[in-house]
Design a protein. Structure first.
Length: 87
């Protein structure tokens, strides 16, 4: 089992756990899981279920790299998406 500790930068839609920006949470994934390997100092969009405050990267999760370049097409799309759903 791999565990990633991540810092919350932005909350688009709150789940069961009352997260705050700068909270640190752990995501775990099985070694055989096909979800991408996360890299340090990169930002990602995570969508999935929290299970009593625990987060698993599995077939029910969606992970997308959030590009840092200001004019990147994917970044613009993700920014627009986030603006529509921000809590």
């Amino acid at each position: 089992m791999l565990t990633y500790t991540v810092e919350v930068k932005k909350i688009i839609k709150q789940g069961n756990k009352n997260l705050k920006v700068t909270d640190k949470i752990d995501f775990s994934k099985r070694g055989s899981c096909q979800s991408p390997d996360l890299k340090e100092r990169e930002e990602y969009l995570f969508m999935g279920l929290d299970n009593a405050g625990k987060y698993e990267l599995d077939q029910n999760s969606f992970i997308k790299l959030w590009p840092a370049q200001p004019n990147n097409k994917d970044k613009l799309i993700l920014d627009q998406f986030a603006d529509q759903f921000v809590c």
